[in-house]
Write a protein that binds this ligand. Structure first.
Ligand code: UT7
Length: 326
């Protein structure tokens, strides 16, 4: 019988520099108390000058390969989920490929914002299940500190930098039992970086209008996130053929602890089952879920046989969920 598709190895990397809420108090009119009570965030990591998304991705990938006991030349496909690529073209996956030394692999980016890791995971699953590829690398990597507007208190307190990576292949470890993905392109305006593409190419005007920074309608995104994540969680659990009480650990996208609380309440899962790292890293977009999964496994929070629920939400809008059995 063919083996299921799962996780051969996991790794992550976060930049050394820690930025606390107290530091943000000096940049914008905010307070540690507001940030902690409204979001659950205490601190986040900030990439060093010259440290780019591909550099974070490289370190996370090297850790995942070590965990999988594989070499860069064992990889067939590199998928990098990011909304902060090193440059608009070529893909960060190709830049990673050169740094990693994996000339045999195909490489491309996945653009699904904060949901990107899960979208990449589902793509990897298809390539492995079909027999097209044996080992697919999925990375979620972001340097959001370079696209947040450090004068906008509504967004700059929320985000951080980091990367996580997984090698997907034939294994029973982290077996993918069910997945669901969704998108709603009518809500593009709720969360976007409007400048720098063909709609608004870089110009003196686009720079003056601060169009190259991230813009978000936080309240609207919050509402859609709760509904989208709760519905996706419910459907992934149903497709896996298990009951909500059988879920041992929930690894959600880490944007705001209040969103997570509302989602698991709707899904009928107690907060004690949720793995959180938003307090230490803030929202790392595509990197959040995979870094959290990695930490949950490495800390022993997820054990062999456990049912794990991944659930994500992001710009697009995009959302998704997956049930794994570790
Ligand atoms: O990764 C997926 C995408 N992102 C998300 O999922 C984020 C979703 N949204 C959120 O997490 C929340 O909406 C926020 C954390 C962004 C905002 O929390 P909120 O409870 O929805 O606050 P609010 O936007 O309704 O603002 C409440 C007040 C406002 O003041 P007034 O109008 O009541 O006087 C804001 O101006 O809080 C003010 N405010 C702040 N105050 C201190 C907004 N940002 C800050 C801040 N510090 N950093």
């Amino acid at each position: 019988m063919t083996q299921p598709v799962g996780f051969l190895g996991l790794g992550f990397y976060v930049p050394q520099r820690v930025m606390t809420n107290a530091e943000l108090e000096k940049l914008v009119e905010t307070s540690d108390e507001w940030i902690r009570t409204r979001t659950g965030i205490s601190e986040r990591r900030i990439a060093a000058e010259g440290e780019n998304t591909s550099d974070l991705a490289l370190k996370a990938t090297q850790a995942a390969l070590q965990d999988a006991k594989l070499k860069p030349t064992d990889l067939d496909l590199l998928l990098v989920a990011t909304m902060t690529p090193d440059m608009p073209c070529p893909s960060t996956a190709c830049i990673l490929q050169a740094k990693l030394g994996a000339p045999q692999a195909a490489a491309m980016d996945v653009a699904a914002a904060c949901s990107g890791f899960l979208f990449g995971l589902v793509m990897a699953q298809q390539f492995v299940a079909s027999g097209t590829y044996k080992h697919v690398l999925v990375v979620g990597a972001e340097v959001l500190s370079r696209v947040v507007d450090w004068t906008d208190r509504g967004t700059c307190v929320l985000f951080g930098d980091g990367a996580g990576a997984a090698v997907i292949g034939r294994t029973a470890q982290g077996k993918i039992l069910s997945t669901i993905l969704g998108s709603d392109g009518t809500k593009v305006d709720l969360l976007k970086v409007p400048g720098g593409g063909t709609a608004q190419p870089a110009s003196i005007q686009s720079v003056e209008a601060r169009a190259h920074f991230l813009k978000m309608n936080g309240t609207e995104v919050f509402k859609h996130a709760v509904r989208g994540m709760a519905d996706a969680a419910h459907e992934a659990i149903r497709r896996a053929g298990i009951q909500p009480e059988q879920v041992t650990c929930v690894v959600p996208h880490q944007a705001n602890v209040r969103i997570i609380e509302a989602v698991v309440k709707k899904a009928g899962i107690p907060m004690e089952k949720v793995f959180l790292n938003v307090d230490r890293y803030g929202n790392m977009s595509a990197a959040s879920t995979i870094v959290a999964l990695c930490e949950a496994v490495q800390s022993g929070r997820i054990k062999k046989g456990d049912y794990v629920l991944l659930v994500v939400f992001g710009a697009g809008l995009t959302w998704g969920a997956a049930v794994l059995q570790w």
